[in-house]
Design a binder for this molecule. Sequence first.
Ligand code: G3P
Ligand code: CA
Length: 268
Amino acid sequence: PVSPARAVGGGWPLVIAHRGASAYAPENTLAAVDKAAELGIRWVENDVQRTRDGELVVLHDDNLRRTTDVEEVFPDRAPWKVKDFTAAEIARLDAGSWFGPAYAGARVPTLEQFVNRVERHHQKLLLEIKNPELYPGIERQTLKVLGNEGWLDRSHLAGRLIVQGFSADSVRTVHELKPAVKTGFLGTPPVSDLPGYAGFADQINPSYGSLSTAYVASVQAFTGPHGRPLEVFTWTVDDAATAQRVAGYGVDGIITNKPDVVREAVDG
Ligand code: G3P
Ligand code: CA
């Protein structure tokens, strides 16, 4: 049974704008978090990676081709990997035109620029450390950047930050470096493995296709590193019927490119 605190409606489950409100604005740009804010969405999910000269930037793919004009600007730099470009080079790229002319000139934000915008909107951040195997030490560096100007302390104290990833080792590293920060593991581990995950992750965040009421209940029956039941945020759900179905499973959060559609589906 779904407890009253977790009943559908009343703002539960949480709705998280995937890569920002990425159905309506270019993913992982400031415009996408602006759009989420405009829709009244408090949580955004975004991805962090690292440039050749060690700057953290917000981008999903491990290369720049799909979401920027990198092939035009740097035609001789195939395969256009993020890790092979400097921050100054990436700052020259247009990360909006591929999505639509209204967004021409949007940039790939640095993590610092990104966090400042999230804070300005009073939003909450589910930050994924993407491809950590490509970027040794990115966990420590991410926490350091998040710590600048006191943002990390203000945020995790206020429950406004979760760091997640597909790599159990990377998520465990985040937990060990900064135990106060809430963490999430992306995947659907077997129930028999959950005691291990509960040592370093506050959330188990599966693709919705692999979910069931029984699995969600099994996860929530474990206690995480902060002494609270493990949570389940599922992804990426963009239609009302699926949103209602997974809400009925008792998930704690739904990650979506269309946060207005999902909010209406679970509240309406
Ligand atoms: O937050 C879940 C989701 O973002 C994981 O998949 O590929 O969109 O980063 P991906
Ligand atoms: Ca992601």
